[in-house]
Design a protein around this ligand. Structure first.
Ligand code: UT7
Length: 320
């Protein structure tokens, strides 16, 4: 048995930040942002936190799944922006939805986090030790974004997406890679009270990203890992129904489509509206696709993620 997505949900804050708004904050323009990233708007928290967004997305996914919260055995939240260090965001979700029988954990693998949570849950379901799992990607990136740094602040957005997995016949094949030696190109240091002030002054607590390096890494490693997973699954890329990619930058997505020579209509995107929401981007997209009725049994799907760590990977999914 493998885990089939039986319910999805998403939540984004009400507050929309447009390119026009950003151009009043830093020296940028709508034209530059659209041309270099494909992003037009993103949602930014006011009263929400990572936990509150994770809870709101989870409630919708649970409703959609019709699974009783008492039958959820596992909750994993992928995030790099938990509200507090302890308890984990997954514990807040558990308490809110009343999933008393669930084991809970948060994982941080930056933008690859949701894919990693998905792969972990699949292993537990395949082993038989977990039946139903609730997976969430949730980020409050605006809390760690330096809104005076025009090269970074234009891409990030906040939000959460959630999926419920239940056992079904099918196959899921996964690859996950990490290269800590290249981790320096995307960093955000911890916000510990002891040196908070100094770090705050030096802006070390904000995300620092060498955008070009991350761009080069993504456009090289992601097509490679997708080719590798298709080879492992013995599936031709022409036979894929959908390639679901982390929404980092529309130009990265276009590069990947070009390198793989894949039909762009099989690679849905929503980055124009949400920006790059890190671990939330894949479940946000999956929820949109689900609610548009795009998923059917028998389809051949690939999900691919990449980001800080550096980390990257892919899963091939075929549910009977
Ligand atoms: O989610 C996973 C992790 N993150 C990513 O995957 C992000 C990957 N990287 C990117 O998306 C892109 O690198 C960025 C969107 C972050 C930046 O785009 P870029 O095309 O790599 O721009 P750049 O940083 O190389 O800058 C090119 C030029 C520079 O000007 P000069 O030196 O050529 O005169 C920058 O100062 O564009 C300038 N620039 C801007 N101009 C207007 C940088 N940011 C802006 C801006 N508006 N917002």
């Amino acid at each position: 048995m493998v885990g089939k997505i039986v319910g999805t949900g998403r939540y984004v804050p009400n507050n929309v930040l447009t390119n026009e708004d950003l151009s009043k904050m830093v020296d940028t323009s709508d034209e530059w942002i659209v041309e270099r990233t494909g992003i037009k708007t993103r949602y930014i928290t006011e009263d929400d936190t990572t936990s509150s967004m994770a809870i709101k997305a989870s409630v919708k996914a649970m409703e959609d799944s019709k699974v009783d919260p008492m039958d959820i055995d596992m909750i994993i939240v992928a995030t790099l922006t938990p509200d507090v260090l302890v308890p984990s965001v997954s514990c807040y979700v558990q308490a809110h939805i009343g999933a008393k029988n669930a084991q809970c954990m948060d994982i941080n693998s930056a933008c690859t986090g949701f894919l990693m949570a998905y792969q972990i849950a699949q292993s537990y379901i395949e082993s038989g030790s977990v039946k139903n799992a609730l997976l969430i990607g949730a980020e409050n990136l605006s809390a760690i974004t330096d809104f005076t740094d025009r090269s970074n602040c234009i891409i990030f957005g906040d939000g959460a997406g959630a999926c419920v997995l239940s056992p079904a016949e099918g196959r899921v094949i996964s690859i996950m890679r990490t290269d800590g030696e290249r981790g320096k190109v995307l960093e955000a240091e911890s916000r510990t009270p002891k040196d908070w002030k100094e770090r705050e002054e030096k802006k070390l607590t904000y995300i620092r990203m060498e955008g070009q390096e991350v761009f080069k890494f993504a456009t090289k490693e992601v097509p490679n890992v997708i080719n590798e997973i298709l080879e492992k699954a013995e599936v031709k890329k022409e036979d894929l129904d959908y390639l679901i990619l982390h929404q980092a930058n529309k130009r990265i997505i276009d590069f990947i489509i070009k390198r793989l020579k894949i039909d762009p209509s099989k690679v849905p995107t929503n980055i124009a509206r949400y920006g790059n929401t890190s671990a939330a981007s894949i479940p946000l997209l999956i929820d949109e696709m689900n609610r548009e009725g795009k998923f059917k049994n028998g389809q051949k799907l690939v999900i691919a993620g990449f980001g800080g760590g550096l980390s990257w990977g892919a899963s091939y999914i075929e549910i009977k």
